[in-house]
Design a protein around this ligand. Structure first.
Ligand SMILES: [Zn+2]
Ligand SMILES: [Zn+2]
Length: 496
């Protein structure tokens, strides 16, 4: 963190965008064979023609001369950027419908880092000394406390609640020294505002049961189809990536819901978002038909009917052309409600019961999120005991995910990787199929958390293993087909 300050103090923005390369620097460099970045070490620097010669980690001998602008530091993906650099990349603008939101100042490729931000505050378990430590942290950077007080809260003038008064009292009773004393001077109402700001703007800590709060990121609006995804970098830094191709000026959104909740119906998502006290008006929530709530046509038993959100009726069956009467519609909706409640109360350990409910639900529903929920339980439960059965549930999970919400998510990526793992055990000879599963996982994870993240390395290594044991045909012959003979990687641009 002190480093960042130093750089800012020197007004070092130019330095950061044009780093000076030295022999021995560990870098990512663009390999001209397929325009992907690979890990390497700088072996020579030529200031005259602004190129470096790199030594690739995998000992490949081709395309070793790389121009300055095609080399980047690994830390650019994981170390917090300076405030100035973040501001250059993203702008906060007021919008009519949603208040302050965040927009990108540059077009982004899928998987590109938008920015990396340090936390304003990391609040770990609320044991008294720790709480105190956290409150102290508020003062580390001048102005941070005002930044937090400026965050979104549903009721800016909320009266202090009991908890807030108790915490404040506890703090006042504690023996405090100099700087730390400031927090106690806060009025109860002002402290309430702070506590609410934490509550509505922070993220769960990834390792411990605590909260993390960021400045720019907390301006990111929610969408059930967010344009961005995120992962943790060094020292709880928030790494924001674009999940899709974004135009300059495009809105940066993230999901406040977990991936698994993004696979639930619009009404369930809306209900969960009440935790943040707003009604989501994202593109998915605005759809007129909810295709995550399919019901099998009662007439032909072949077609799938989806409910129309504003009217509550069902669409016409695309197979037999009928549509259910209003009594049937009501009956189906009631049945759906009962099943949702039943699935909610399922005991994951009672697999027989889950199996019974699943079997019965299959007669009524198709492409319905409750089937997905049960497929997940059955996949996890049967994975060790009955791998073939488990694999079917995993395939169904992938099908539903792609049908209802086909974007890269950690769930979908891991579904593919796990299915690949099962295939290795069960059908090791189906190489094209194995490779396809690991490739999917790799490509999605490269977008979600970058090509160098440990999550991404996992399917990458499996892919490399499968493909290198593939056949010996590539092994002979001169090393002329460089673009084919290099490790397979996704075409993800991570240029800065
Ligand atoms: Zn939504
Ligand atoms: Zn029908």
């Amino acid at each position: 963190m002190t480093n960042t300050k130093d750089k800012e103090a020197k007004g070092g923005e130019e330095d950061e965008s044009e780093p000076r390369w030295r022999i021995g620097d560990r870098v990512y460099a663009l390999w001209a064979g397929n325009n992907c970045y690979y890990v390497s070490t700088i072996a020579e620097v030529s200031e005259a023609d602004r190129t470096v010669v790199v030594t690739w980690d995998d000992a490949d001998t081709s395309h070793r001369r790389v121009s300055f602008d095609q080399v980047m530091r690994p830390s650019d993906e994981t170390t917090a950027w300076s405030r100035a650099r973040i501001e250059k990349r993203a702008t906060v603008r007021h919008t009519k419908q949603k208040g302050r939101c965040l927009f990108t100042n540059e077009a982004c490729e899928p998987g590109q880092v938008v920015f990396v931000e340090r936390p304003l505050l990391v609040a770990l378990p609320a044991v008294a000394p720790k709480l105190w430590e956290c409150l102290q942290k508020l003062h580390e950077e001048p102005g941070d406390i005002d930044v937090i007080r400026d965050k979104y809260v549903p009721e800016p003038d909320e009266e202090p609640n009991e908890d807030v008064i108790r915490i404040l009292k506890a703090l006042q009773d504690a023996e405090l020294d100099g700087e730390s004393n400031k927090i106690c001077k806060l009025e109860a109402k002002s402290f309430q505002r702070l506590v609410s700001a934490w509550r509505y703007n922070s993220f769960g800590h990834h390792k411990e049961d605590g909260l993390v709060l960021y400045n720019r990121i907390s301006m990111c609006a929610h969408s059930c189809d967010p344009t961005c995804c995120w992962s943790y970098g060094d020292e709880d830094a928030f790494v924001l990536r674009s999940r899709m191709a974004l135009e300059k000026g495009g809105e940066l959104t993230i999901s406040y819901l977990q991936d698994e909740d993004l696979l639930k119906s619009t009404s369930v998502r809306q209900q969960k978002l009440q935790n943040w006290k707003f009604t989501c008006m994202c593109p998915r929530c605005s759809l007129k038909v909810d295709v995550g709530r399919g019901i099998r046509c009662q007439r032909c038993k072949v077609g799938v009917l989806y409910p129309q959100v504003p009217t509550g009726g069902f669409e016409t069956c695309k197979v037999c052309g009928s549509s259910p009467s209003s009594e049937d519609t009501q009956m189906l909706l009631n049945m759906e409600e009962e099943y949702v409640a039943r699935v909610d109360s399922l005991d994951k350990k009672d697999l027989d019961d889950v199996q019974t409910v699943y079997q019965a639900a299959l007669d009524i529903f198709e492409r319905h999120w409750i089937l997905y929920v049960m497929d997940t339980i059955l996949w996890e439960g049967q994975r060790q005991k009955n791998i073939m059965e488990a694999m079917e549930h995993q395939r169904r999970r992938i099908d539903f995910h792609q049908h209802y919400y086909f974007r890269p998510t950690f769930i979908l990526a891991w579904c593919h990787e796990e299915l690949g793992d099962c295939m290795v055990q069960q059908f090791p000879s189906r190489k094209w199929h194995l490779m396809q599963e690991f490739q999917r996982a790799y490509q999605m994870l490269a977008i979600l958390c970058g090509t160098t993240h440990q999550y991404t390395a996992s399917p990458y290594n499996k892919l490399w293993q499968v493909s290198s044991t593939n056949n010996s045909a590539n092994a002979n012959g001169a090393n002329t087909e460089t673009s084919e003979s290099r490790k397979p990687v996704a075409q993800v641009s991570i240029s800065m």
